[in-house]
Design a protein around this ligand. Structure first.
Ligand SMILES: Cc1ncc(COP(=O)(O)O)c(C=O)c1O
Length: 407
């Protein structure tokens, strides 16, 4: 008889976003005629920019002509797109070989799949709170025991709190894989070069590997802050970086991202080049490459005009973030993030449990946000509001909070 992967059974029954959807639907069913304003899921709302649309159209047109038609391509992406990505990193002051860049269908699959090339006994450390995919993929990968009090046995949680500016201290004990995300989802905190250097030095010393999620890199406007971990000297020896066009270009539904696995990267049983080779092996076996049409759109994103337009798109969402943060602060609510990241991380009034605040905000103001506890135990007492939305909807949500939220 066939058996299922038992590790799936350890996953919490209610993944964060389905639970939010369930509570929202139940509220709407009880309140016919009421509409809710969604600042919960970080889903883009604004249309693709003209240059990117033209790039996608061109990608389609190429398929209509035998001379430019392409079928299966290199699993790791077209050379043109990898060269264009390498040029982006050059602007960050980082030289990458095109063989170190793996184009994908997004940061979520890559951040979930990357653990599969590492040993099952590797000890995983994660920021707490964090993007839930890092935790769940390692649970499925068999690196944990069961869950108790919001924590899985076997994972090393690195608390990110008000006291440490939402960037963790180095983990204690032996850890092998370290997940870091900056700009951070959900806290909106952005790591400084010095903070990243501490982790890079630690990883190099211990032979640990950092998995660095830079999905929101282009939301950093403060030029003193690093947009890639490779700005830290030595990071290529120990870090894999994951990127995405989802939020920067509105590609959440179109799907395009990338992962950098430097050839210099080594670990206990893999010399330089071997980790890169293994990810190539994994991708060529399990993935047939991102859509050729979409990769053409990616080239348009990285063109000069595309970058100009996508910069305006990012600025639009960041203006939303400022509106949200300003309004909450005017109510005396302590807020973090929202300055170099599209998320505002607010303290719940009076330290209320974050799911209680979720229900209160929904019932009183008809606004949906994301409870901090859904991102890990240290998220308790916090609440995430996303800046992705039409301006008018953001303004209406903020007005509703200002007028109706009772203390
Ligand atoms: C930290 C982080 N990484 C990755 C993703 C997923 O990105 P993609 O749409 O490229 O799969 C998200 C999406 O919200 C995210 O917040």
């Amino acid at each position: 008889m066939a058996k299922l992967n038992p590790h799936y059974g350890k996953l919490g029954a209610g993944y964060l976003f389905p639970e939010i959807a369930k509570r929202t639907h139940s509220f709407l069913a009880d309140h016919p005629g009421v509409s809710v304003m969604r600042l919960g899921i970080g889903n883009t709302t604004e249309p693709l920019t003209p240059t990117v649309v033209a790039g996608l159209h061109e990608g389609v047109d190429r398929l209509a002509d035998a001379a430019s038609y392409t079928g299966y391509g290199d699993e790791q992406g077209t050379l043109a797109l990898r060269e264009a990505l390498a040029r982006r990193y050059e602007e960050y002051g980082v030289a990458l070989d095109v063989d170190e860049i793996f184009v994908s269908d997004g940061a979520k699959p890559d951040s979930a799949n990357i653990q599969s090339i590492f040993d099952q006994d590797d000890v995983v450390a994660l920021q707490d709170p964090c993007y839930p995919v890092y935790v769940d993929s390692n649970v499925i990968g068999g690196r944990t025991g069961g869950e108790a009090d919001g924590q899985y046995e076997g994972l090393v949680y690195m608390p990110c709190t008000e006291d440490n500016g939402f960037f963790p201290a180095l983990p204690e004990g032996d850890v092998d894989l370290i997940y870091l995300c900056s700009p951070n989802n959900p806290t909106g905190a952005v790591a400084t070069l010095g903070q990243l250097k501490t982790f890079v030095d630690f990883a190099r010393e211990r032979g640990a590997v950092i998995i660095f999620d830079a999905a929101y890199a282009t939301f950093i406007s403060d030029r003193r802050l690093p947009r890639t971990i490779y700005e830290v000297e030595g990071a290529k020896d120990c870090a894999i970086e994951i990127g995405s066009f989802s939020k920067e270009a509105g590609f959440t539904g179109v799907r395009l991202g990338w992962t950098i696995v430097p050839k210099a990267l080594s670990c206990e049983d893999a010399s330089a080049g071997a980790v890169n080779g293994l990810w190539l092996r994994r991708q060529t076996t399990m993935f047939n490459g991102a859509s050729n049409i979409v990769q053409h759109g990616g080239l348009a994103i990285l063109s000069e005009q595309g970058q100009q337009e996508c910069g305006e798109l990012v600025a639009y969402y960041m203006a939303n973030a400022k509106i949200i943060r300003k309004a909450l602060e005017a109510l005396g609510i302590t807020c973090y993030g929202g300055d170099n990241a599209p998320y505002v991380w607010m303290k719940t009034p009076g330290g209320m449990p974050s799911w209680t605040f979720f229900d209160k905000l929904l019932n009183e103001c008809h606004v949906v946000g994301t409870p901090g506890a859904g991102f890990g135990p240290s998220g308790e007492g916090y609440f995430r509001l996303s800046a992705f939305g039409h301006r008018a909807d953001i303004e209406e949500a903020v007005r509703s909070i200002q007028e109706k939220l009772t203390s």
